[in-house]
Ligand binder design. Sequence first.
Ligand SMILES: [Zn+2]
Ligand SMILES: [Zn+2]
Length: 384
Amino acid sequence: MNMNERIAAWNEEAQQCACGHQHRVVDMLIHLEAGAIQRLPGYLSEQGYRQVTVVYDRHTFRAAGSDVLSSIREAGMHVDEIALPENRTGDIIADEAAIVQVMLGVRLESQAVIAVGSGTIHDLVRFVCSKMNKPFLSIPTAASVDGFTSAGAPLIVSGIKQTFQAVPPEAIFADMNILEQAPQVMTAAGFGDMLGKYTSLADWIVSRDLGGEPFCPVAYRMTEEALHTCIDHVQAIAEGRAEGVAVLMDALIVSGISMLIIDHSRPASGGEHHLSHILEMDLMQAGERPVLHGAKVGVACALITVKYKELAQTSGEQVFGIYDQLPEASQLIAWLEQVGGPVTTEQLGVTPEMVEHAFNTAHTLRPRYTGLRYINEVLNTRLG
Ligand SMILES: [Zn+2]
Ligand SMILES: [Zn+2]
């Protein structure tokens, strides 16, 4: 089955799911293949778009943006460009300033906005498109994150990382020729984001059983299968081969869709993501350069696995038995190392104080009952 047939099957299954969640019918065209971006001009004309806007940065212009612009122009359409400027350290941050830059560049006449890049550019474009009520099209340039196909836009507002519900892409053109060329650190980050599903899925069981939170078996299974496929292909992903990158991108797309179906990040984001968000804010506050999202998530997943296994052993609560089934932290680290990602907090540029701060505060970031929340609110209170 190709991706669009799989989406149809998930939609059908989700419509019959009685879990209590609302299930969104996912209507998204997905091209995941070599040469996918060549389909873009034809798609634009089918949709009747004559004026579009393309958003990119210095790196993604070279990777895909320049080809995208010329193919749209050759098809006789009007295209505006937004080249996102980098900050002093050469990074792009999805904050208020960047949001305004995108908004100023999108003319009212523009009929669609095309994001060319990794997660940050996608988050900015999806947010602006939701505010300006315009369709958003996705051209990923690296298999680095699972957010491409979701609706949530993680943005830094007033120094705090928050996820805003925005819009999913109307279509995604994931071109293997481009994704395969991405630096291995980006691919490794995508793998780290997928590895984090071990703890996010386990936390979802805990949220359900201890917090009485909604649980969708369809979204759970989609994410679990995507994770296992990645683990089965870890060697191909490590070598950056087309086969491996295609498996990883497929998994990231599926993970994004699982969040989209239930309009919640539960399947894909648990305690490991909450830790990662605090580390991101602390790094920013310390004036350090940002670290790839998936790189932080991968390391945080290994760190929290140690705590979760302890919890399973010592708490006596049956619900935490799910953490016993997690792979050993040493195995998680070995996989991260194999694909070429960072494995220690030092490699992330994170200090021991930042790690401690994250462990003590990350559970307050989202209203979710996770193992991390239990450790902080029940265990530590009892001990203290
Ligand atoms: Zn993530
Ligand atoms: Zn459901």
